[in-house]
Design a protein around this ligand. Structure first.
Ligand SMILES: [Zn+2]
Length: 312
C-alpha cells in the first residue's frame, strides 16, 4: 500500500543546512514503497528528502492527513493519551532539571499533550505550559480533557500569537524532522526563547536508523540528522551546544538528543565548514547499517509481526 503524501511537490531545493545545491541521490523509495527521493548533501552530508513539499502543502498534510496516513489513528482519547505516556518518559527526565519554579515552557508538536501534561504535573502546575499542535483533534483533546494551553496550528501559523523572548525552555520531541526548514524553525525558536533559555530536541539518529532503510525513509520525515549535522544546525542558528548525544531505543543509538542554549554573543568552537559529515562515508555507513540490521533479533521480531499482520 502506498502511503499518502503531500501533493504537488515542487522542484528540487538546496540543502537547508548549508545552501548547497549539489547532492547525491541515495534512495528513490520510502516507507510503504512511496515515491520519495532521499539525497545526501555533497557539502555538509545532511540526509534529506528532495524535493520537499511547500509550506502550504506541508500544512495541509499535517492538518488533515498525517495521523491517518502515518499513524493509522486519528481520534484522540484517553487510551491513546495513556499509550503516549511511556514514550515521553525519557524526554521528561531530560527536561526535569530545567523546571525551575514559575518556568515558562513551550512544546512544539505536543500532540495530545502527554509530555506537556506530565511536565505541568511535575511542576505542580506552577509555571506556564504552552503547546503548539497542528492536528485539531489532538489540540482539542489536550485543551479540553487535559486543561492545557495549546494553540492549534503549525509553528509558522501560530508564531504571531506566541510571546517573544518569554520562554525558559522549548521542546521538540521527534518533530524537527517533520519541519520544512529546520534552520527557519531554529531562528523562530531563538526569538521565542529568553536569553540563556534552553532548547531541547530529540530526533531519529541517521547513524542508527533502527530499521531497514526502505522503512526508515518516510514521506513525513524531511530530514535525517546525525550528531554532526544536528550540531551544525545549532551552531548555524547561533546557539551554544550544551550537548548532543545518541540514546538507545529498540536498538542502540537510534535517538539523538540535542540541547542548545540561547546566548548573547557566541564564538563557536568550530567554524561551520568543519561541522559536516562526509557524504560518501554517510552513504556507505547507511548501507553497512542495513546489512547489520538484518542480522539483529529486532529485525526478526519485526518480520514476524509483519507476517502475522499479513495473515490476519
Ligand atoms: Zn548541506
Amino acid at each position: 500500500m502506498e502511503t499518502a503524501k503531500p501533493q504537488g511537490i515542487t522542484a528540487p531545493q538546496v540543502c537547508d543546512l548549508c545552501d548547497c545545491a549539489s547532492h547525491q541521490v541515495f534512495r528513490t523509495r520510502g516507507r510503504g514503497d512511496s515515491h520519495l527521493a532521499t539525497v545526501i548533501c555533497q557539502n555538509c552530508g545532511l540526509v534529506y528528502s528532495n524535493p520537499r513539499p511547500s509550506e502550504e502543502e506541508n500544512a495541509d498534510f499535517y492538518h488533515h492527513r498525517y495521523w491517518d496516513a502515518y499513524k493509522g489513528k486519528n481520534e484522540a482519547d484517553d487510551s491513546f493519551f495513556n499509550r503516549r505516556l511511556p514514550k515521553i518518559k525519557s524526554m521528561l527526565q531530560e527536561v526535569t532539571p530545567l523546571l525551575k519554579p514559575g518556568v515558562k515552557l513551550l512544546e512544539i508538536g505536543c500532540g495530545v499533550g502527554a509530555l506537556l501534561w506530565s511536565i505541568k504535573n511535575t511542576c505542580n502546575g506552577l509555571g506556564e505550559f504552552v503547546g503548539v499542535e497542528p492536528h485539531s483533534g489532538h489540540a482539542r483533546f489536550a485543551r479540553e480533557q487535559k486543561e492545557l494551553n495549546v494553540h492549534n496550528g503549525l509553528l509558522e501559523e501560530v508564531y504571531g500569537k506566541l510571546a517573544k523572548s518569554e520562554f525558559d525552555v522549548i521542546i521538540m520531541n521527534h518533530v524537527l524532522e517533520h519541519t520544512i526548514s529546520p534552520t527557519g524553525t531554529f531562528a523562530k525558536l531563538k526569538e521565542l526563547l529568553k536569553p540563556n533559555g534552553t532548547l531541547v530536541i530529540e530526533v531519529p539518529n541517521v547513524e542508527a536508523p533502527g530499521s531497514r532503510l526502505s522503512h526508515y525513509f518516510h514521506i513525513a520525515h524531511h530530514f535525517a540528522f546525525s550528531p554532526k549535522t544536528l550540531q551544525r544546525l545549532g551552531t548555524k542558528g547561533g546557539f551554544r551546544i550544551v550537548k548532543i548525544e545518541a540514546l538507545d531505543g529498540d536498538l542502540p543509538g537510534t535517538r539523538l538528543l540535542g540541547v542548545f542554549q540561547k546566548v548573547k554573543s557566541l564564538k563557536p568552537d568550530l567554524p561551520l565548514k568543519f561541522i559536516r559529515d562526509d557524504p560518501d562515508a554517510r552513504a556507505d555507513a547507511l548501507e553497512q547499517y542495513e546489512r547489520w540490521y538484518w542480522t539483529t533479533l529486532a529485525s526478526l521480531r519485526k518480520k514476524i509481526t509483519h507476517w502475522k499482520r499479513q495473515r490476519n
